[in-house]
Write a new protein. Structure first.
Length: 89
């Protein structure tokens, strides 16, 4: 119950920080749909499209998921990518 363990949700201090996410949808989305995700990197794979977002907070992530649903795309997976610690600062 107490202790810290990594996972989605608020940081240990109670704040929701941004993160990098990989969102996979079924099929290869065309240019018209890709323009709806201008803030994301779009990677086309044979059977799916991967949307990569950097520094997304919870509100931005929910907005993207809402757009996916509104466009009738089939959501396959949402995954938070591990934080990178590059030693800057």
């Amino acid at each position: 119950m107490g202790g810290s363990h990594p996972g989605p949700g608020p940081e240990p201090d109670g704040t929701a920080s941004g993160g990098d996410f990989e969102i996979r949808v079924r099929g290869r989305i065309g240019d018209a749909f890709r323009s709806a995700f201008g803030e994301l990197t779009v990677v086309l794979r044979p059977a799916e499209t991967v949307l990569l977002g950097a520094g997304l907070d919870q509100a931005a992530l929910y907005g993207i998921l809402d757009r996916i649903q509104g466009l009738g795309l089939e959501l396959l997976e949402v995954r938070r990518l591990p934080a990178t610690r590059d030693g800057k600062g």
